[in-house]
Design a protein around this ligand. Structure first.
Ligand code: IMP
Length: 191
């Protein structure tokens, strides 16, 4: 089976990716290749950050790999938190604080339209390729559900009456931003 490094140590993302690619590709994590670096995400776009992470692994460790970067874009907040989604409420990747800040900034605004966008940067040999996946939806009034991670409890995908955090993993993966980006990756690999 084809093996490829996924440049992340986020256990939720790894679990999602391994589910999505089960039986098709073997996904190695950064710890599987003994990379414990804190890779800087200093670009101001999702594309830029995904490329930084993938190039870091390719240049320093020599593996073909892919990296993803995801942002939640809220229309009424001019696209925020966007590329800053992980550290919206400050460094520390605290999802509860991020959700609280987003709900408070949105207040009682009736325009709650938002989307998750994932960009995947793939590096194979000298070739670099970008793919993306988007899911449209809206921000709820308050968090609901225990599954998933990040902003899942306050994001209701369009056409559904539950948040991502109220869905099972397979149900979320079928329609999610990352699920859609990974579908393009598998299509590219002809898998
Ligand atoms: P990253 O930069 O790709 O790690 O993602 C940035 C932030 O977006 C994460 O820290 C999460 O808070 C959020 N995020 C990414 N993917 C998801 C998802 O599938 N559901 C909810 N939040 C997510």
């Amino acid at each position: 089976m084809k093996k490829i490094v996924f440049a992340t140590n986020n256990s939720h993302k790894l679990e999602e990716l391994r589910r999505l690619t089960k039986g098709k590709i073997e996904i190695l994590s950064l710890s599987d290749i003994n990379c414990h670096d804190n890779i800087p995400e200093t670009a101001d776009t999702l594309e830029g950050n995904a490329l930084i992470k993938a190039r870091w692994v390719k240049e320093r460790y020599g593996y073909d790999c892919f990296a993803d970067d995801t942002g939640l874009e809220v229309d009424a907040l001019d696209g925020a938190p966007g590329v800053l989604s992980a550290r919206y409420a400050g460094e520390g990747h605290d999802s509860q604080a991020n959700m609280r800040l987003l709900l408070s900034n949105l207040g009682d605004n009736t325009n709650r339209k938002a989307r998750f966008r994932t960009v995947i940067a793939l590096i194979e040999g000298k070739e670099e390729r970008l793919m993306d996946g988007v899911v449209e939806g809206e921000i709820t009034q308050s968090p609901s559900g225990e599954n998933g991670f990040g902003y899942d409890p306050i994001f209701k995908p369009m056409g559904f009456n539950v948040t991502f955090a109220e869905m099972g993993a397979d149900e979320k993966n079928q329609i999610s931003h990352r699920g859609r980006a990974v579908a393009k990756l598998l299509e590219y690999f002809s898998l």
